[in-house]
Design a protein around this ligand. Structure first.
Ligand code: SAH
Length: 242
């Protein structure tokens, strides 16, 4: 009993020292995030106030491994597990801006990765669906999102080439891996007036970030800029040569 009391006292003292240190760390990251928004996003062409606000809120450093946390707010992509990458903050913001999401609209993401982009989307609508083909990444992202209280995000392990039929149609679809063609199921699952953003081109080299808007039977196409994403695997690769 006495030993237990001493132990509690000891732990109490340790935690009272750790607590301010931890909140100091939160503050440091919050400041880095602010700088990121100002220098990398607002100073370029991210003009949507909501997108800027959201990018200033989501703790990107908690979506990467400990050795990359300090670099989480720099102007480049970062490695996550299984040889995949989390996009540069500017690209996340730019893609989100092009989705023109309205509150309550359903959004589908292909390529959950770390879950960071899904968390950004979750601040803009409460209906976020995300598909990830690598089981380990899908599980880990779901855990991270749950821990950070993004309960409005649903993650599924599967091939995103086929979209997520049971929740279609979507107001917006964002593909965060590269394909040499646009998967037809994704176009089918877009509602009238819906927007789809995807890097299309050579999966080995560069792609063009492309936005499609469905207007009745018609698809309006807009090319945004040259990018480099990890390839979409699974069905997309099987059909690549065909
Ligand atoms: N949006 C992520 C980063 C994505 S990296 C983030 O914010 O962290 C691209 C991801 O697409 C990888 O995790 C990769 O495993 C996944 N991917 C590749 N092909 C896929 C497919 N056919 N269906 C679903 N996910 C796929």
């Amino acid at each position: 009993m006495r030993l237990c009391g001493w132990l509690m006292l000891f732990l109490g003292i340790i935690f009272s020292f750790l607590d301010p240190l931890l909140s100091q760390e939160d503050e440091i990251y919050a400041r880095r995030r602010e700088n990121m928004v100002r220098r990398q996003l607002a100073a370029r062409d991210i003009t949507d106030k909501k997108v800027l606000e959201v990018m200033g809120k989501v703790p990107r450093h908690l979506f990467v491994g400990p050795r990359y946390q300090r670099r989480a707010y720099e102007d480049y992509p970062l490695p996550i597990d299984e040889g995949q990458t989390i996009s540069q903050p500017y690209i996340v913001a730019l893609m989100t801006q092009h989705l023109k999401l309205k509150e309550g609209e359903k959004v589908l993401e292909i390529g959950t990765g770390s879950g960071y982009q899904a968390a950004v989307l979750a601040h803009l609508t409460d209906k976020v669906y995300s598909v990830e083909i690598r089981e380990g990444l899908a599980k880990k992202a779901a855990q991270t999102l749950k821990k950070l209280k993004y309960s409005q995000v649903q993650v599924k392990w599967g091939d995103g080439y086929f979209g997520w039929e049971e929740h279609a149609p979507f107001g917006a679809i964002i593909v965060t891996c590269a394909a040499n063609h646009i998967p037809p199921p994704l176009i089918d699952q877009l509602k009238d007036g819906g927007r789809l953003i995807i890097p299309v081109g050579s999966t080995l080299y560069y792609q063009t970030l492309t936005v499609l808007t469905k207007v009745g039977e018609e698809l309006r196409v807009e090319h945004i800029l040259g990018v480099r994403f990890v390839p979409m695997v699974g069905e997309a690769q099987k059909r690549e040569g065909k």
